[in-house]
Design a protein around this ligand. Structure first.
Ligand code: AMP
Length: 421
């Protein structure tokens, strides 16, 4: 299967080839022809499946075929749950429409509205927006949705998780009922089905098997380590492996800040990204990370959702998430669109239950290892302080750079060492 057989115009094929894509992903292969047939599409696809091109390419193609109106009203609205995702979708739309006469813009909260309003005044065909700012500008009568022909709900499940259902309903009422609807969601929960049945017309259901981005393609490992030694271990992994682009997850915003500061102190360029950071900081950080001037991006689950970092080689769970589904989202940041990646979890004894829940969810064991010099101590390993001695009474070597051997052990199914002690 090639892009040539999907019914896309030369202008779009040129943009696709400039992006370096040669083979369409499953979602693109299945969704593009149906969208071009003007069908509503309900697609199960998460970030990493190539869903953005899956909806953006056919929409751009249809819109570029005719705009007789002098003033450009918004004809396609793409709603996303987060500012980051909105910015990424917009960046892709711009690239794909490089060779056609289509204007696009992005609007989201947390930044001054004036530049966004100025752009809207110039006329916008495709508008990418988060729900809050969209309603805000609409209430101020700074934009109109009465000419919308396409509505895309991107990461619809996340939008519902984040409490946007009411806003979505309000937005649906601002558009003409005759339009083409596309809904993308990682899961088809009861709530999603309910939402979809309320406004979609006989949607074609398209599935992109999530396995291709998550569990199967990713080399997953768990390193058992004491909580108080995680910082040393992560510093060592990054330095010894000479890793240039690492995404690290923590459970809390505070933890993300603390870890990034500590990494900086050890000479590793790092930055934290989470909900309390300004939009400016988030954009700058993400940019630095993509250009590899920032080596380590420390993120919380919400902030990382929707981040588009192609071919990310390493994801580290500094702390395991207490919601097992978040593990799947986290490791989905690596091994994207066909590339393989590595996901490492640093697991302290107080997180073994989380590990078990994750293994149950993904229906596979995550191979557990201990690194020489970082073996978890017996007893209460969740204590902050670093153990002074080896378990056999020998002092821990000061440095074992480049010389740590891996000792394979099987945890999870077997009782752990602490219980045996
Ligand atoms: P998405 O799921 O839309 O966030 O896309 C995930 C990543 O895959 C993005 O970095 C895209 O640029 C990339 N991508 C999309 N389609 C393809 C394709 N056909 N071949 C290779 N990479 C792709």
């Amino acid at each position: 299967m090639s892009f040539n057989s999907l019914g896309l115009s030369d202008a779009l094929l040129k943009a696709v080839s400039k992006k370096g894509y040669t083979i369409p992903t499953t979602i693109q292969e299945k969704a593009i022809p149906r969208i071009l047939e003007r069908k509503d599409v309900l697609a199960s696809a998460q970030t990493g499946t190539g869903k953005t091109a899956g909806f953006a390419l056919p929409i751009i193609q249809i819109l570029a075929q005719g705009h007789s109106l002098r003033k450009r009203p918004v004809r396609a609205l793409v709603l996303t749950p987060t500012r980051e995702l909105a910015a990424q979708v917009y960046a892709e739309v711009k690239e794909y429409s490089a060779h056609v006469d289509i204007n696009s813009a992005v609007i989201f909260g947390g930044v001054n509205q004036n530049p966004q309003v100025a752009k809207l005044r110039n006329g916008v065909d495709i508008l990418v927006a988060t729900p809050g700012r969209l309603l805000d500008l609409h209430n101020q009568k700074l934009l109109s949705l009465v000419k919308v022909e396409f509505l895309v709900l991107d990461e619809a499940d996340r939008m519902l998780d984040m409490g946007f259902l009411k806003d979505i309903r309000k937005i649906l009422n601002l558009m003409p009922s005759k339009r083409q609807n596309l809904l993308f969601s990682a899961t088809f929960s009861k709530e999603i089905k309910q939402l979809a049945s309320g406004f979609m017309r006989h949607p074609v259901i398209v599935e992109a098997t999530p396995q291709q981005t998550t569990v199967e393609k990713i080399n997953q490992k768990a390193y058992r380590v004491d909580k108080g030694r995680k910082l040393k271990l992560i510093t060592k992994l990054i330095s010894d492996g000479d890793w240039k682009q690492v995404l690290v997850f923590t459970r809390t915003k505070h933890g993300a800040n603390r870890l990034s500061q500590k990494l900086i102190k050890s000479g590793i360029s790092a930055s934290a990204i989470h909900g309390n950071k300004s939009q400016n900081h988030r954009t700058k950080t993400l940019d630095g990370f993509k250009k590899a001037t920032i080596r380590v991006l420390v993120a919380t689950d919400i902030a990382a959702r929707g981040l588009d970092i192609p071919l990310l080689p390493h994801v580290i769970n500094y702390e395991l998430p207490n919601v097992p589904e978040d593990y799947v989202h986290r490791i989905g940041r690596t091994g994207r669109a066909g590339a393989s990646g590595e996901a490492i979890s640093l697991v302290s004894s107080d997180e073994l239950d989380f590990l078990k829940s994750i293994e149950k969810l993904i229906k596979q064991n995550i191979p557990s290892e201990e690194l020489w010099g970082f073996e978890p101590s017996v007893g209460d390993v969740s204590k902050k302080e670093e153990p002074k001695k080896f378990q056999h009474g020998k002092p821990r070597p000061k440095s074992n750079k480049g010389n740590y051997k891996k000792r394979k052990r099987s945890y999870g199914a077997k009782p752990d060492r602490n219980n045996n002690a």
